[in-house]
Design a protein around this ligand. Structure first.
Ligand code: PGA
Length: 244
């Protein structure tokens, strides 16, 4: 399933100056052939990243609105994201689900609208610590996946990210074999429903240069969604080249 997808989720970090510094320090070395790199900056930095990022890298947005256009103050459509050069969009990151109360119905709409306008959504799923401790991990992630895919699951054109909520920004990374078994369950669901024939499933949650290679060595982990460690060019490059 190569190239593996290595994604930088910059969340609400970075300024124009910091973006310029990042790419100055990033250098000219192309990513390894077995890796695809995508940057998810905050909205106002999209065009700057598009102009400064290395050739072959892709641009993505952290969120979108499901409508084509309209009176939705503060929102951004997939149509506009595409217009500024995005090819990816995150859907249902746990910070959107838990901090901003995005419902599954809403997320299903965002997922559909991204596909319809030619963006490649990365649907994020993941259980909370309480759900994990109650032994509900698979049930929760498969239900989140089913809700977003809807009645007619798309045959291709999207990726998934498994991000256990308890591992995001906490320094507690999932054990590689535990993540692997969740990824296997997600792939099995896709196969059973004839969905996502080209989907890669990324792992996210406290990925660092020191754990990236072990995660990527798992047969069903086909990429990484990196938050904190993607803000520093040296550490993100180490993750990008881990295991190559
Ligand atoms: P983290 O964030 O790498 O800082 O844990 C990952 C994410 O939220 O996508």
């Amino acid at each position: 399933m190569e190239p593996l997808l290595i994604a930088a989720n910059w969340k609400m970090y970075m300024t124009t100056k910091e973006v310029r510094d990042f790419f100055r320090r990033w250098g000219d070395d192309p990513p390894p052939r077995s890796r695809e790199v995508v940057f998810f900056p905050p909205f106002p930095l999209l065009s700057l990243v598009r102009d400064l990022m290395p050739q072959g890298a892709a641009l993505g947005a952290q969120n979108s609105h499901e409508a084509h256009e309209g009176a939705f103050t503060g929102e951004v459509s997939c149509h506009l994201l595409k217009d500024v050069g995005c090819s990816y969009v995150l859907v249902g990151h746990s910070e959107r689900r838990h901090l901003f109360g995005e419902s599954e119905e809403r997320l299903a709409g965002k997922f559909r609208s991204a596909l319809a306008c030619g963006l490649r959504p990365i649907l994020c799923v993941g259980e909370t610590l309480a759900q994990r401790q109650a032994g509900r991990t698979r049930e929760v992630v498969l239900q989140q996946l089913a809700a977003a895919l809807g009645q007619e699951p798309p045959a291709r054109g999207f990726d998934l990210a498994y991000e256990p909520v308890w591992a995001i920004g906490t320094g507690h990374v999932a054990r590689a074999e535990d993540a692997e078994s969740v990824h296997e369950a997600l792939y099995a669901y896709l196969r059973e429903h004839g969905a996502g024939a080209d989907a890669r499933i990324l792992y996210g949650g406290s990925v660092k240069p020191s754990n990236a290679a072990e995660l990527l060595a798992q047969p069903s982990i086909h990429g990484l969604l990196v938050g904190g460690a993607s803000l520093d060019p040296a550490s993100f490059r180490a993750i990008l080249t881990a295991g190559t």
